[in-house]
Ligand binder design. Structure first.
Ligand code: RNT
Ligand code: ZN
Length: 418
């Protein structure tokens, strides 16, 4: 018997079918964010500050300087990540060539080369308006801006992005999730917390007027950002209310809550009231620091909830982190594999027996089984999953990243603007 067959029998003894787990993992897409590849820079204008209260720290060499390089890096990372994958694009990654196009005028043409590329790699695509890194966002407000013209600029940008999302979805035959996150808020306590929120509600209603069959709208809340420590217009309560009343997707980012607050616990609560969820799988360390996802307890708890509640069909899994202090490809690979491993662990829980014990009030068995399942040979199932996808199962993926670093990343020269 090989390693996997032994593991299969060990799990079967607890009523868990490893084949079912592998199959579910195989068809559950993880949307990989393009922005890990170039520190959320995008390619519209060189040398702009990130803004929006976002911060990427580190200066590891080899950052993608062009769309071509970003795609090359992304495709390389994909060879080390098993299973179904999507690519999550931000509007600031528009392929403008030499043209100057305002964000409020973007159409699918600016993203056609991305769609063609995604199709060639068999990837679905998700999308995001970029309401930061722009002169109209420099004072910290976008969709809730008091100036009608600036507000309208961002409304028009979001309308354009939904249409692009719909075109992407139609071309690729798979609905595109378009997620709106805005940085709006203030460093110090505002005198009026209400007015920006009223403007944001109205702006969102205007943005969502058009019905678009292949686009799915999501809204993402946040607790605070750098420069918006005292007030965030799009808070959790704001978007929970908004998404519930408008039946939009709610985006929960693991880094956007108080440090001891778990988004795992929110899933079964909010899914009673919103149609679907978008998760930004991330890792906050002390704050919304967007550290690379690892196989830690919060990530495992999220996946356990998705499996235990049978919520996977109503959940979109997206990654959201940006680390420039380590090899950027390795960051993608580590974060994506950890996400999938957490999901696999959840799929391998002896759920039937756990629930039966709980229903019978036998909490002793529930606790004992949960503990026992932690030492089952999960690694053997993970390796089998990788093997079936012809992806390195163990640390050897790192050799490939190191080789790519020498042959590709190390040859990149940087001018002043990068
Ligand atoms: C910011 C949000 C948002 C961004 C991306 C780049 O705090 O998490 O999702 O990370 O849009
Ligand atoms: Zn996020």
């Amino acid at each position: 018997m090989n390693y996997y067959q032994i593991a299969r029998e060990r799990y079967a003894a607890l009523g868990v079918d490893t084949e079912t787990a592998i199959n579910t993992l195989t068809v559950t897409p993880v949307s990989l964010h393009c922005w890990q590849g170039d520190d959320v820079g995008g390619f519209e204008a060189a040398g702009r500050e990130l803004g929006g209260g976002l911060a990427v720290t580190g200066s590891y060499p080899g950052k993608a300087r062009t769309i071509g390089e970003l795609r090359q890096d992304f495709a390389k990372a994909l060879t080390l990540i098993p299973g179904a994958r999507r690519v999550n694009l931000h509007a600031c990654y528009a392929d403008l060539g030499r043209r100057k196009v305002g964000r409020d005028e973007y159409t699918v043409s600016e993203f056609q080369s991305w769609i063609d590329w995604a199709r060639s790699l068999n990837l679905g695509v998700d999308f995001n308006p970029t309401c930061f890194s722009h002169p109209h966002a420099d004072d910290g407000f976008t969709l809730s801006h008091a100036d009608r013209h600036i507000r309208q600029f961002w409304i028009n940008h979001c309308i354009a992005c939904r249409r692009i999302g719909d075109a992407i979805g139609r071309q690729l035959g798979s609905p595109c999730v378009t997620n709106i996150w805005i940085p709006d808020g203030s460093k110090d306590s505002p005198a009026d917390r209400l007015a920006p929120r009223l403007r944001l509600s109205a702006a969102l209603d205007e943005i969502f007027t058009e019905s678009l069959a292949m686009n799915r709208d999501a809204v993402e809340s946040k607790l605070f950002g750098i420069g918006s420590e005292s007030y965030v217009v799009g808070s959790h309560e704001f978007y929970l209310g908004y998404a519930t009343t408008r039946q939009k997707l709610l985006c929960l980012d693991a880094g956007h809550f108080h440090p001891t607050e778990s988004i795992a616990d929110k899933i079964s609560a909010v899914l009673q009231f919103v149609p679907e969820l978008l998760l930004h799988v991330s890792r906050g360390v002390r704050w919304d620091s967007d550290h690379v996802v690892i196989l830690d307890d919060p990530t495992k708890a999220i996946m356990e909830e998705l499996v235990r509640g049978d919520f996977l069909p109503r959940t979109h899994l997206g990654l959201d982190f940006f680390d420039a202090s380590i090899n950027r490809l390795a960051a993608w690979v580590i974060g994506a594999r950890a996400t999938q491993q957490a999901l696999l662990l959840a799929l391998l829980e002896p759920n039937g027996q756990l629930r039966a014990a709980e229903r019978a009030g036998d909490y002793t068995t529930r606790l004992a089984l949960l503990e026992e399942s932690k030492t089952l040979p999960f690694g053997a199932v993970w390796e089998e999953f990788c093997r079936r996808h012809d992806i390195p199962a163990d640390h050897h993926w790192l050799d490939e990243v190191k080789a790519y670093e020498t042959t590709v990343l190390a040859t990149r020269q940087y001018g002043n603007s990068s």
